[in-house]
Write a protein that binds this ligand. Structure first.
Ligand code: NDP
Length: 434
């Protein structure tokens, strides 16, 4: 705690994991004696750099760039880049730490990392975003590479930003390699990558429901966010016959009692991805309710999918969801539920799927993009989707293996933490004190 003073999000993420891992370590002294948990909690390397760029008015702007290379025990560092005003070292260390476990759970050979900047693309012109990305990569290029560290997108980093970053890397290095994932399909990207996190999340929920002899068809779903993860989670829910009642952004949420349909969702995708508009515009166009400055957790539902950002669902929200009869909460975002909220879910036996398991579909397909780049080959949409389904199925099985309690309740958080930990810990033991 002393070493990481002031890093609230990072400490929260490590404490959440430590709570489930420490009892496991008592029974497995080989990991405890080698101080694996302590080593995993310390990044292998952190790079912090200045990002100067010129805005459209010709003025100099300065942002801070980061790359946290957390753990490379089972493969090269892999994890997204986040561009958002709230980015700082604590947030990126928490995300990198979570990423290590998540990547391990996918079964693919990927270590964990995360990076980004306090630059906020919102309200910036295309030209400004490009200049920023070029400046950012002018430093980052020396620390990454297809076999070293492979960044991807996250909040504020979508296909546009990946394109500009990739273009600059290629220009500096003079080589066309798979240094970034989330690339356009025409230039090395994978089918299903944009959809992967949202689709994978719903596949995971379907696995949970299957275990309870239930199905998603006919269920009501409350979703927060309206970005990449939220859009494709909503799409898969609708395709599978569930009713999506809400979506949100940082200004408020929309509530459509009849359920958002694919036409409405197409409008939201255009609104958010092309025009970078506000979710309230959907409510005006489609005549549904809109609640400014509120989160959607008080709306009665069977399933809740927090898909916006960290700590967006607290204890009170969790109690409200429980009161309303919610049976399953699955995190599309990273750490959206506070520890107190998770305690409520466990107490009430609401199935809670933590992000490191439930949203691993995104990085899993990024891993598949890396494989395709190495093979210089592209799999079909169907092939990638099948692999994604299989990976989510396998992650679910790992969670059940390590997380099933005596009374039959599955503590998915415990299962994901221990399942992710064992693979990394074994690799670290095998590689000596590094
Ligand atoms: P996007 O930038 O596409 O969308 C983010 C959404 O969350 C937007 O609707 C945004 O609203 C909202 N949001 C962002 N910050 C806040 C905030 N502080 N308060 C309220 N709402 C906020 O990001 P993604 O969909 O890619 O990512 C969402 C979450 O999922 C993140 O936690 C990310 O780490 C996680 N994740 C993403 C993966 C991916 O493949 N994309 C993979 C695994 C996890 P607004 O439009 O107003 O900005």
């Amino acid at each position: 705690k002393k070493r990481n003073a002031g890093e609230a999000e990072f400490l929260q993420a490590v404490e959440e994991v430590a709570e489930t891992i420490i009892p496991f370590l008592q029974k497995h002294p080989k990991y405890r004696n080698a101080k694996i948990l302590e080593r995993i909690a310390e990044p292998e390397r952190v790079i912090i750099f200045r990002v100067p760029w010129l805005n459209d008015r010709g003025e100099v702007e300065i942002n801070r760039g980061f790359r946290v290379q957390m753990n490379s025990a089972i493969g090269p560092y892999k994890g997204g880049l986040r561009f958002h005003g709230s980015v700082n070292l604590s947030v990126l260390k928490f995300l990198a730490f979570e990423q290590v476990f998540k990547n391990s759970l996918t079964g693919l050979p990927m270590g964990g990392g995360k990076g980004g900047s306090d630059f906020d693309p919102k309200g910036k012109s295309d030209n400004e975003v490009m200049k920023f990305c070029q400046s950012f990569m002018t430093e980052l290029y020396r620390h990454v590479g297809a076999d070293i560290d492979i960044p991807a997108g996250d909040i504020g980093v979508g296909s546009r930003e990946i394109g500009y970053l990739f273009g600059q890397y290629k220009r500096i290095k003079g080589e066309f390699t798979g240094v970034l994932t989330g690339k356009g399909f025409e230039w090395g990207g994978s089918q299903i990558r944009p959809e992967a996190t949202g689709y994978g999340l719903v596949y995971f929920v379907e696995e949970i429901l299957k275990q309870q002899k239930q199905e998603i068809k006919g269920k009501t779903v409350v979703i927060s966010g309206s970005g990449n993860v939220a859009q494709f989670a909503a799409e898969k829910c609708i395709e599978e016959g569930a009713k999506v009642l809400t979506l949100s952004d940082s200004d408020g949420f929309i509530y459509n009692k009849k359920g958002i349909d694919l036409e409405g969702l197409a409008y939201i995708k255009d609104l958010k991805n092309k025009e970078r508009g506000r979710i309230s515009e959907y409510a005006e166009k489609f005549g549904c309710e809109y609640y400014p400055n509120e989160k959607p957790w008080r709306i009665k539902c069977d399933i809740a999918l927090p898909n916006a950002t960290q700590n967006e669902l607290d204890e009170q929200d969790a109690k409200q969801l429980a009161k309303n009869g919610c049976i399953c909460v699955a995190e599309g975002a990273n750490m959206p539920c506070t520890p107190a909220a998770i305690a409520v879910f466990n107490k009430e036996h609401i199935y809670f799927a933590p992000g490191k398991a439930a949203n691993a579909g995104g990085v899993a397909v990024s891993g598949l993009e890396m494989s395709q780049n190495s093979l210089r080959y592209a799999w079909t949409r169907k092939e990638v989707d099948q692999r994604l389904k299989q990976i989510m199925h396998d992650i679910h099985s790992i969670c059940v293996k390590y997380g099933k309690e005596k009374d039959g309740y599955v503590n998915y958080e415990k299962g994901a933490n221990i399942g992710g930990f064992v693979k990394i810990a074994d690799a670290m033991l095998a590689q000596g004190l590094v």
